[in-house]
Design a protein around this ligand. Structure first.
Ligand SMILES: [Zn+2]
Length: 199
């Protein structure tokens, strides 16, 4: 098989490092970009440069925005007494899409993991503890994984040492909307039963 020239192979390798893009897709994207550089590549180059120049992490919550503090932290109708603790900026976008939450966020940047060497100092936990002054409720919205829950417990403990009277809640676990009970895995069903709500 003929080898692709280095510049193409290099582009494919860089593209393949993007989330959800495997080598096959990376090749297709590279071909698409190179098939018309002016039409396909130049606007992407400009968008990347513009985003690199203007988008920054909010120094308060860690959200990505062109403003710092971000538009959520400075929003008139967002309730600053509530902070939802989430893993990544993608989680903010998901929450905001629901339109059901009117508080602030705090992006911790991952979850604790002994296996991957993610220790508390590698997450944005200190910055969360530093912004609790006017906060009355913390909502833990980390994943329902072992690491996610261990992280939530760790953060809750840290928060209680700083502010013992604060209300700490977490997202409910259970039956997904449209889900059939028969097809739920055992632990989801058991947890849904434990956290059942009044009808
Ligand atoms: Zn912010």
């Amino acid at each position: 098989m003929q080898k692709s020239p280095d510049a193409i192979e290099n582009l494919v390798k860089k593209l393949a490092k993007l989330p959800s893009v495997g080598t096959r897709s990376a090749r297709r994207i590279a071909l698409h970009l190179l098939s018309d550089k002016d039409l396909n590549m130049a606007p992407l180059e400009q968008a990347l440069a513009f985003a690199k120049e203007t988008v920054h992490a909010c120094t308060l919550c860690g959200n990505l925005d062109v403003h710092d503090p971000c538009t959520i932290c400075t929003h008139k109708h967002k309730d600053a007494s509530k902070i939802c603790v989430i893993q990544s900026v993608g989680d903010i976008w998901a929450m905001e899409r629901t339109g059901f939450y009117d508080g602030h966020y705090h992006v911790i940047g991952g979850v604790l993991s002994a296996l991957d060497g993610i220790t508390p100092d590698k997450l944005n936990i200190k910055s969360l503890l530093n912004r609790l002054d006017n906060v009355t409720e913390i909502i833990m919205a980390l994943g329902a994984t072992v690491d996610g829950q261990a992280t939530a417990h760790y953060i809750a403990e840290q928060i209680r040492t700083v502010k013992p009277d604060i209300q700490i809640s977490r997202l409910a676990y259970g039956v997904p909307i449209g889900g059939e009970v028969e097809y739920l895995d055992d632990s989801t069903l058991a947890t849904a039963m434990k956290s059942r709500a009044n009808f």
